[in-house]
Design a protein around this ligand. Sequence first.
Ligand code: PRT
Ligand code: MG
Length: 211
Amino acid sequence: MITIALSKGRIFEETTPLLAAAGIHALENPESSRKLILPTNRDDVRLIIVRATDVPTYVQYGAADLGIAGKDVLDEHGGEGLYQPLDLNIAKCKMMVAVREDFDYEASIRQGARLKVVTKYVKTAREHFADKGMHVDLIKLYGSMELGPLVGLADAIVDLVSTGGTLRANQLKAVEEIGAISSRLVVNQASLKLNRQQLQPIIDSFARAIQ
Ligand code: PRT
Ligand code: MG
């Protein structure tokens, strides 16, 4: 049995055409089903529905053979035990630093101010500011980072931006791009060795579908 770990929402939606290209169709919709293990049209393939941040963990420990996860999530996880053969070019966005519209980020850097930063992406943020030689206090949040600067919890946020609508709606502005983000196929290295005959055709179909 091949197990593929996916998260609901944008990753599932954007993965559906790739799975179809490999001849794999979920028999239930994860948005409406409460099942966490979804059968597919193929007796030898099942999907498991997990939190986006948990996908690398399931694949790392071999509970899933394949998974699809954002580069943001993989960078935080560290990628240990994972083979990452394909950038699927889906769920694209940018990792950004953002501040209140009325906050002068450049001036506070020039003055060497110690910024307070809220983020879900502590490792990414720590590395980014260390590379810039900036001293920051990082505060870990699990969501709604945009609120931090509005209520005095932080001067800046590190978060994903796609349309920019969430920043605008909260009177925030992006001041720095940390990097481009897209989702990657991740493969358990041991299971690729053991089950290459089953896994390689799926990987190859994904590769052809994204060209
Ligand atoms: O939502 P949940 O807490 O369950 O988990 P999650 O947020 O980790 O999962 P999900 O499904 O929301 O995101 C899965 C993956 O999609 C992420 O790991 C990213 O790689 C990718 N992705 C692409 C995004 C976005 N675009 C995105 N815009 N993930 C989140 N966002 C959020 C962002 O955090 C911000 O709050 O959308 C908001 C900004 O969007 P705009 O369009 O207003 O700029
Ligand atoms: Mg989300």
